[in-house]
Design a protein around this ligand. Structure first.
Ligand code: M6R
Length: 615
C-alpha cells in the first residue's frame, strides 16, 4: 500500500518520478504528491485521486519550475485520515523545510504527536506520517545532519515504514529508511533512485540494492551509502533485476487485466519449463530443499495465504492430500497470526503470495519460522521480502502482474501446486504411476486448451451482457473446483462491485437456498467424468426449482445441460482434478466483461491495492 519514488540525477526529475509512480499505481490511488528541490526552493504538489490529476496540476504549474534536480513522490492508499488533499503526502515539518513520504503505519504516532505538539509543532493532517516529518525536523535541529536525524527518529518509531526524507538545507540528497515495508535503491550513472518496488526504476536501471529492516540509505547523484541503525556502514550486494520494461505495457489490450488473462497459456508453459517435459520422467522440483527421507516421513503441511493466493492454496490442499496422502491445513494468514498454531519443526509451512509483500502472510511465516518449521514460499516475486524468509523458494515466473485483480499469478500458483503434489507423490510413491503420467500429459496440453477458450470468448461476453445488471450471484461447485467458485466470485466482486459468493454446492440447501429467486443467478461448475458432476447437476436443479437463473461452466456436451441452464459457457474437457487450472480462465473473463460493460475501473478497482503491506 502506498508507493514511493525518489530520484536524484541528470534526467527530467518530474518525468522520472511521475513515470515511477505510474508504474507503482497498483499500490494505491487515493491521492498523489511530489516534492522537488528546485534551485534552492522546495516545491510541493499534491492532488486528490488518481495520478492523472497530479499530472494535470504539474502541467498547469510548470512555469513555476526552474530546474529541479531531485525529488520524492508518493501515491497513497489511505490508512490514517481520509483521502484528502491535507492528508496527501509529502508531509512537511512546521517550517516547511523538511519533507517526508511514507508507506506503512506508525503505531505509536499518537504519543509522538502529543510530545511534538508540546514542543510547539503545528500539525495539519490526520496522518501518522506527519509525525515523522516533525520528529525528523526536531532531531535535525539537534544533529544538524539529515542522516543522523533520520536514524535518531526511526529509533523512536514503532510499526512499519518505508520513508524518504529531503531537507531544503541539503539539496539533492535523499535519505531513505525502512522497517517491515519494502524499499530498494536503484543505481544509475550520474543518477540514483529510491523506490517501493522495481517497476518504478526498471526503465532506467537494473542494478538494485534491497534495503533490509532498520537500514538507512543516503542517496545523491553519484553516491549511495547504506548504514545500519547504529551508523555502521553496510556493504550491500548489488542485484540485477529480472524484469524487462516491456512487461509494464498493455501491448494493445484495453486493460492490463485482459492482457494478463491472455498471457496465461505462456505463463503455464513457463512454469512447466524445466520442471515437466517428459511424462515418463519425474517432476524436477529441485527448489524444494528438503531431503527425500524427511519428505517421505512428512505428515503435516500448513499453507498460509490471502485472497486469490488463498484460493490457490485450497486447490493445493486438495492435490497434496489426494496425490501424496499428506494432511494439509489451509488458513488465511490474517487468522493464522492471531492464535496458537500447532506448527512445529516437523511441519512444512507453505506461504503463497503473488507479491511476496502481503503483511499478514509475512507475519504468519515469521511466526512459523520461530517454531523451526521448514518454510516453502511460492511467489511471483523472488526478489521480495517473503522470498527472503524462505528455506525453499518456488518462483512462479508469471511475469510482472499490474492489474490489481490477480489472474495469471493464480494460474502460475496452481500449476506450481500441481508440480509440488506430483513431486511429493513421486517421492512417496503414493500414487499409481499411470495416473500421474496422465496428469502430466494433461498439464502439458493445458496451455493449448486455454488458448482455445481465449480464441473465442463470445459465449462469455454474451453471458456477461445478459447478467451485468444483476446485483447478487452465487457460484457453486464441489470438490477441487470449490476454490474455483470462490475465486470466480472474488474476481467478480472486486472489479465490478457486485455481490458474489462462492459456496459449496451441497451446502446450498443448508441455508443460502432461502435467498434464491429470479434476481439471484447461480453459476455452477460442472466437470463430467469426475465424482461431483451428478451432484452439482442436482443442486442446480434445486436452484432452478426456486426460479434462479442458471449459468453452467462446463465441458459437458450433454444437451440436457442446454435445457436446464439459461446460459452455458463451454470449455474444453480436462479431468476433474486438473479442471481448476482451466475453469479459472472463463471466470476471470466473465468478471472482466461484466466490469467492462458496467464501465468500472477494471485495473484499479476502488478501495483496493495490489500489495497489501498493512495487517
Ligand atoms: O500478493 P498476494 O498474493 O499475497 O496478495 C493476496 C491478496 O491481497 C490478493 O490475492 C487479492 O485478493 C487480489 N486483489 C485478488 O485479485
Amino acid at each position: 500500500m502506498c508507493g514511493i519514488v525518489g530520484y536524484v540525477g541528470k534526467r527530467d526529475v518530474v518525468d522520472v518520478i511521475f513515470k515511477g509512480l505510474t508504474n507503482l499505481e497498483y499500490r494505491g490511488y487515493d491521492s498523489a504528491g511530489m516534492a522537488l528541490q528546485d534551485c534552492g526552493e522546495l516545491r510541493i504538489y499534491k492532488t486528490l485521486g488518481k495520478l492523472i490529476n497530479l499530472k494535470n496540476e504539474l502541467e498547469e504549474r510548470k512555469s513555476e519550475l526552474k530546474h529541479p534536480t531531485s525529488g520524492i513522490g508518493h501515491i497513497r492508499w489511505a490508512t490514517h485520515g481520509s483521502p484528502s488533499l491535507v492528508n496527501a503526502h509529502p508531509h512537511t515539518c512546521s517550517c516547511g523545510r523538511l519533507v517526508v513520504v511514507h508507506n506503512g503505519i506508525i503505531e505509536n504516532y499518537k504519543e509522538l504527536r502529543e510530545q511534538l505538539i508540546k514542543k510547539g509543532c503545528n500539525f495539519r493532517s490526520q496522518t501518522d506520517t506527519e509525525t515523522i516529518a516533525h520528529l525528523v525536523a526536531d532531531e535535525y535541529a539537534k544533529a544538524k545532519d539529515l542522516e543522523t536525524a533520520v536514524r535518531n527518529s526511526i529509533k523512536q518509531l514503532q510499526g512499519a515504514y518505508a520513508i524518504c526524507v529531503m531537507h531544503k538545507d541539503v539539496p539533492n540528497l535523499i535519505v531513505g529508511a525502512r522497517k517491515h515495508a519494502p524499499m530498494l535503491v536503484g543505481i544509475g550513472e550520474d543518477e540514483n533512485f529510491i523506490a517501493s518496488d522495481t517497476p518504478a526504476i526498471i526503465e532506467y536501471t537494473k542494478k538494485t540494492i534491497y534495503l533490509e529492516d532498520n537500514e538507512i540509505a543516503v542517496v545523491t547523484k553519484d553516491s549511495v551509502k547504506i548504514t545500519d541503525i547504529n551508523g555502521n556502514t553496510v556493504n550491500k550486494k548489488i542485484e540485477m533485476l529480472p524484469w524487462e520494461p516491456v512487461a509494464l505495457s498493455k501491448l494493445g489490450y484495453k486493460h492490463f487485466m485482459l492482457k494478463e488473462i491472455n498471457e496465461q497459456p505462456d505463463v503455464i508453459r513457463n512454469v512447466l519449463n524445466g520442471k515437466l517435459y517428459d511424462i515418463d520422467a519425474p517432476v524436477n522440483l529441485s527448489e524444494v530443499k528438503i531431503d527425500k527421507e524427511t519428505l517421505k516421513k512428512l505428515n503435516k503441511i500448513q499453507i498460509i495465504a490471502c485472497g486469490t493466493s488463498l484460493h490457490a492454496a485450497i486447490v493445493g490442499k486438495y492435490l497434496i492430500e489426494d496425490f501424496a496422502g499428506i494432511s494439509v491445513e489451509v488458513e488465511a494468514s490474517s487468522e493464522y497470526i492471531y492464535r496458537k498454531t500447532t506448527t512445529d519443526s516437523s511441519t512444512l509451512v507453505i506461504g503463497v503470495s503473488q507479491s511476496g509483500e502481503t503483511a499478514d502472510t509475512i507475519t504468519a511465516i515469521k511466526q512459523a519460522k520461530e517454531k523451526n518449521s521448514h518454510i516453502l514460499i511460492i511467489t511471483n516475486r523472488p526478489d521480495s521480502n517473503m522470498a527472503r524468509l524462505a528455506d525453499s523458494l518456488i518462483p512462479v515466473n508469471a511475469g510482472i502482474e499490474v492489474s490489481v485483480a490477480a489472474t495469471k499469478s493464480y494460474s502460475a500458483q496452481l500449476i506450481s501446486f500441481y508440480l509440488l503434489a506430483i513431486h511429493l507423490a513421486e517421492i512417496k510413491d503414493s500414487m499409481d504411476k499411470e495416473y500421474l503420467k496422465n496428469i502430466k500429459h494433461e498439464l502439458i496440453q493445458l496451455p493449448t486448451k486455454i488458448e482455445e477458450i481465449l480464441s473465442n470468448t463470445s459465449s462469455i461476453q454474451e453471458c456477461a451482457r445478459k447478467f451485468s445488471s444483476y446485483k447478487n450471484f452465487i457460484y457453486i461447485a464441489r470438490g477441487v473446483n470449490l476454490a474455483s467458485a470462490y475465486e470466480g466470485a472474488l474476481k467478480l466482486k472486486e472489479i465490478s462491485y457486485i455481490n458474489a459468493t462462492g459456496y459449496p454446492a451441497g451446502e446450498l440447501k443448508h441455508g443460502p437456498i432461502a435467498m434464491l429467486d429470479e434476481t439471484m443467478p447461480v453459476l455452477a461448475i460442472l466437470i463430467p467424468g469426475g465424482i461431483t458432476y451428478e451432484k452439482v447437476l442436482s443442486n442446480s436443479e434445486e436452484a432452478k426449482a426456486r426460479n434462479a437463473k442458471l449459468i453452467a461452466l462446463t465441458s459437458s456436451t450433454d444437451k440436457a445441460i442446454d435445457t436446464l441452464f439459461d446460459n452455458v459457457i463451454r470449455i474444453p474437457h480436462v479431468s476433474e482434478v486438473l479442471s481448476p487450472a482451466i475453469t479459472c480462465v472463463p471466470l476471470q473473463l466473465l468478471a472482466y466483461y461484466i466490469a467492462e460493460f458496467l464501465g468500472k475501473d477494471v485495473d484499479q478497482p476502488r478501495n483496493l491495492a495490489k500489495s497489501v503491506t498493512v495487517e
